[in-house]
Design a protein around this ligand. Structure first.
Ligand code: CA2
Length: 144
């Protein structure tokens, strides 16, 4: 059976490619999904790529990753990265490798982006590489 990696995207990432291209690049989330499907095929993996604007939905999807036997999770929790103890607890609870992904590098931005609750439980982080960061993170997940 082919291994599946969940790719979970948080609030406002559905707006990618429409505003702030100087920070997030010009690719839409659909562009990133298509690029990552190609990368997954190359790596012999399947991806389950999703976006939500709701914190609890991300928690439910993390639980679903565990329940369905996913190999790993790539998580760009967007602003919830910096606020969500619920996501931190969920990542710890599911006992799956979760890789934190960001298009920009939050550490070089406003101070409120410097804390990452996701990063307190993630096994790796890929940030500041734009859309290509998702491919880099998927290659890391393939190695688990
Ligand atoms: O750099 C990233 O990937 C972020 O996770 C993006 C989040 C931000 O809160 C994190 O600090 C870093 C914001 C996503 C918002 O996406 C937009 C896309 C287009 C226009 C406006 C926002």
């Amino acid at each position: 059976m082919i291994d599946t990696v969940f790719v979970l995207n948080g609030p406002n990432l559905n707006l990618l490619g429409t505003r702030e291209p100087e920070i997030y690049g010009s690719a839409t989330l659909a562009d990133i999904e298509a690029m990552l499907q190609d990368k997954a095929r190359e790596l012999g993996l399947a991806i389950d790529f999703r976006q939500t604007n709701h914190e609890g939905v991300l928690v439910d999807w993390l639980h679903e990753a565990r329940a369905t036997g996913a190999k790993a999770v790539l998580l760009n929790a967007a602003a919830y990265t910096h606020t969500s103890i619920a996501l931190l607890d969920a990542i710890k609870a599911i006992e799956l490798p979760v890789i934190e992904v960001h298009l920009s590098d939050p550490a070089t931005r406003e101070p409120f982006r410097h804390i990452s609750y996701v990063g307190m439980a993630a096994v790796a982080e890929v940030k500041g590489l734009g859309a290509n960061g998702y491919a880099v993170a998927l290659a890391k997940a393939a190695a688990f």
